[in-house]
Design a protein around this ligand. Structure first.
Ligand code: ATP
Ligand code: MG
Length: 329
């Protein structure tokens, strides 16, 4: 039996090298492992938990599809689909809302973090509820594995709880999914606040975007915060240089130990400059490929309609079973 992997990216900003190293790179690699079926989706229903400009949301959705193709996700090996185009996602979310408590959702660290500014009462209900939508995203497809960063492990745990609860009430319906930590599960951190993760919805100087120009990339790495001493060494009390080493390693596929050795005795200045040039070089060539793919609208539309159709067949079938059990059919 093959294992099914389901994972998504929100079109909530420009894709960053954090998204590439923590998600897309691993997705592309996973396609070449035997015994895996891969489902990757653009999580636009999740993106609207934060206000989005409609035109920009539409554009970014297509951009992400093109970036997936650019980074080696192959529509012949993986199903690429758009969440909002498959109504079963919204439907299952409503149903699963009845198998989770306010207490369980209120405990989610991400909800608590994101509610610090507004306070709980001022927070959007969609943001409170989004782990349930996420549970639906994976339960609809009988996912075995959910490759996530550490920030999402708690949400996968909740999806397991919801699935088990539903199964206990109505008999075996959902497969219980497992979180698998992506290779860079240590996470790529912000360039100016290395104790926070790099996020596409944060300020531009905190991340490198996949479509940043070479000069901008080099400048961003030059300006990246560093730790107090001047040695290129990974350490828990040196979050900034550890993060830059992780990025260097991710873009060169060389081990951190090897890189540390090469830069023994060199200062941060040289290291950051080299890193900027490496990342700029790689992204520059990918951006050319991206532009070609992005301009071929027919190809993108084909990938989406084929992916949607494959995903929808499975999602509808599972939703049908669920509705049947609940007397909704
Ligand atoms: P947002 O700020 O809108 O939440 P994001 O940059 O966190 O955006 P998501 O769409 O939430 O991106 O996540 C897409 C995928 O990228 C997920 O698999 C997530 O675990 C991974 N990811 C996001 N940021 C990082 C990071 N800094 N390091 C490693 N992986 C990351
Ligand atoms: Mg995120």
């Amino acid at each position: 039996m093959s294992k099914r992997v389901v994972s998504g990216i929100k079109p909530s900003g420009e894709l960053t090298i954090g998204n590439y190293l923590g998600a897309m790179k691993g997705w592309a690699a996973n396609q070449h492992k035997d015994g895996y079926e891969n489902f990757f989706f653009i999580a636009n229903l999740h993106a609207i938990t934060v206000k989005q400009d409609p035109e920009l949301l539409r554009k970014r959705t297509m951009d992400i599809v093109a970036w997936l193709l650019t980074s080696g996700v192959d529509p012949n090996r993986s199903v690429i689909f758009i969440q909002s185009m498959i109504p079963a996602h919204s439907e299952i979310c409503w149903i699963l809302n009845n198998y989770v408590t306010m207490g369980e959702l209120g405990k989610m660290t991400q909800f608590k973090d994101k509610s610090q500014k507004t306070g709980r009462e001022g927070q959007i209900a969609g943001l409170f509820d989004y782990p349930v939508l996420m549970a639906g995203d994976v339960l609809l497809y009988d996912a075995d594995e959910i490759p996530v960063g550490v920030d999402q492990v708690q949400h996968v745990e909740l999806a397991r709880t919801i699935a088990q609860r539903f199964n206990n009430s109505h008999g075996e319906t959902f497969k219980i999914p497992k979180a698998t930590l992506t290779e860079n599960s240590s996470r790529i951190m912000s360039l100016n606040e290395p104790e926070k993760k790099m996020s596409k919805s944060e300020s531009q100087d905190s991340y490198v975007a996949m479509d940043d120009k070479p000069e901008a990339i080099i400048k961003k790495f030059k300006r990246a915060v560093t730790d107090s001493d001047n040695t290129i060494k990974k350490a828990t009390d040196k979050p900034a240089i550890s993060n830059l080493l992780a990025i260097y390693s991710g873009f060169t596929d060389r081990s951190i130990e090897e890189i540390e050795k090469e830069y023994e005795g060199a200062g941060y200045g040289k290291f950051k400059n080299d890193l900027g040039e490496i990342v700029a070089g790689v992204l520059d060539s990918w951006q050319k490929r991206f532009s070609e793919i992005r301009e071929d609208n027919d190809r993108i539309q084909n990938v989406i309609s084929e992916g949607n159709s494959k995903a929808e067949t499975l999602a509808k079938e599972k939703l049908g079973i669920v509705k049947d059990k609940l007397g909704l059919h």
